[in-house]
Design a protein around this ligand. Structure first.
Ligand code: SF4
Length: 248
């Protein structure tokens, strides 16, 4: 288990990574070309480090940064519609200090929760290759080893669920992949070694605009996440009034 300094060092190293030639080319192309609405902005255009509480009990595992979201702002789920939906829910559940996530310097703080992704660079069509997925896995292994308080991996989508299972094998938390493999679903739960897994549909626009993932659905998952992680229910929405943990 490490401290905030080691996590910061890891984040810095991640942000310099160039292991995947295809993704390096793509993230930098997007950053040069930009979307018209952000033409005046300087895109991050690099791997996006994890974000949140170094003492997190809940680790959200996402898929990969969005081309004009996190790849633009440099912070996970920040600056796009998926993030709007996710951070509003995290705020209601007492994990986030504010309901919006606009830029790296917007003052947002996460409590008891950290957000990472299976792949740290924006992929074309949001589809990393299996080889890219494997090349990025060691970053998350290192991260999990520094996050000694994590009890629950909250997986946003089937890709993240599978990535979490691979992560637990690669980090030595599981001796081998569980057989049968636990199936992903919204609200699906599994115990994998010392970690609980909890599934949630990804808050992509495709899922939220079509009603596949609604606010009550993600709220229910986040309530369950607090239970599985041994956290009390928040006294009020917004995180600032969330009860303090007594073990740190
Ligand atoms: Fe490095 Fe991961 Fe980005 Fe590949 S996806 S270049 S391994 S940070």
């Amino acid at each position: 288990m490490g401290g905030a300094g080691e996590l910061d060092s890891l984040s810095h190293a991640v942000s310099e990574c160039r292991r995947c030639p295809r993704l390096v080319a793509w993230r930098e192309l997007i950053a040069r070309e930009r979307r018209a609405a952000f033409a005046e902005e300087t895109y991050w255009g690099r791997p996006v480090p994890a974000f949140g509480d170094p003492h997190a009990r809940v680790l959200i595992v996402g898929l990969a940064p969005a081309a004009h979201g996190a790849n633009r702002t440099g912070r996970m789920f920040t600056g796009d519609r998926s993030g709007d939906f996710l951070f509003a829910a995290l705020h209601r559940a007492g994990f986030a200090s504010q309901p919006s996530s606009i830029a790296r310097d917007d003052g947002l703080r996460l409590r008891d929760l950290r957000i990472t992704a299976a792949v740290r660079c924006a992929p074309p069509a949001n589809k990393p290759t299996p080889a890219e997925r494997e090349l990025c896995l060691p970053w998350t292994v290192d991260e999990l080893q520094l996050l000694g308080d994590v009890r629950l991996l909250l997986c946003l989508g089937a890709f993240a669920w599978d990535a979490a299972l691979r992560l637990l094998v690669a980090s030595g938390s599981l001796a081998q992949p569980p057989r049968p493999k636990p199936r992903f679903g919204h609200g699906a739960e599994a115990q994998a070694g010392r970690y609980a897994l909890l599934g949630c549909f990804h808050p992509s626009q495709q899922n939220t605009f079509t009603g596949k993932l609604t606010e009550p659905m993600i709220d229910a998952v986040l309530v369950r996440a607090r239970e599985l992680a041994g956290l009390e229910a928040p006294r009020s929405a917004g995180g600032r009034d969330a009860p303090a943990r007594t073990d740190r």
